[in-house]
Design a protein around this ligand. Structure first.
Ligand code: AMP
Ligand code: ZN
Length: 140
């Protein structure tokens, strides 16, 4: 997409600190790091979210995700990461081009776990929630 900042990074119209690249993916440093080594992994083509990512890119995606984590773990001497996607504006997605955040974690870095992102306790019990999902699954 012509006005997408991550498309422009992928085509080198905008500079970035690229740490790893494969045929269809690129990993580069986040411009506003929330941790040392905060990295974004993107598909080079414009897919809005994980649902749009073609399944045939799955193996390449896992491979570069593992390589990204490996490089960061060695560079920053930590095995601890928060890895995640803000998918959709309600979840905090500000750039509509799929990107996976890699946040190296350190002792006393004042961060929390994924559980601290939201606590919207459901009113229904787990069984009712499960039935809702099964219904969709059986109809699809
Ligand atoms: P999100 O809120 O999940 O959509 O995250 C978007 C991320 O993109 C933010 O962490 C920004 O700091 C980062 N970002 C925005 N523009 C650039 C850029 N030109 N180069 C690197 N990272 C960027
Ligand atoms: Zn894009």
């Amino acid at each position: 997409m012509s006005d997408c900042v991550f498309c422009k990074i992928a085509t080198r119209q905008i500079e970035s600190y690229i740490i790893e690249e494969s045929e269809n993916f690129l990993a580069f440093l986040d411009i506003h790091p929330h941790a040392p080594g905060h990295t974004l992994l993107i598909p080079k083509n414009h897919f809005k979210n994980l649902s749009e990512l073609p399944e045939n890119l799955g193996e390449e995606f896992v491979k570069i995700a593992k390589k990204t984590a490996f490089l960061l773990s060695k560079a920053f001497k930590t095995e601890h990461f928060t890895i995640g996607i803000n998918q959709g504006s309600l979840a905090g997605q500000t750039i509509d081009h799929l990107h996976i955040h890699f946040l190296p974690r350190f002792p006393n870095d004042k961060g929390g776990s994924i559980h601290s992102v939201v606590y919207n306790k459901p009113e229904e019990d787990l069984s009712a929630i499960y039935q809702k999902i099964l219904k969709v699954k059986n109809e699809s």
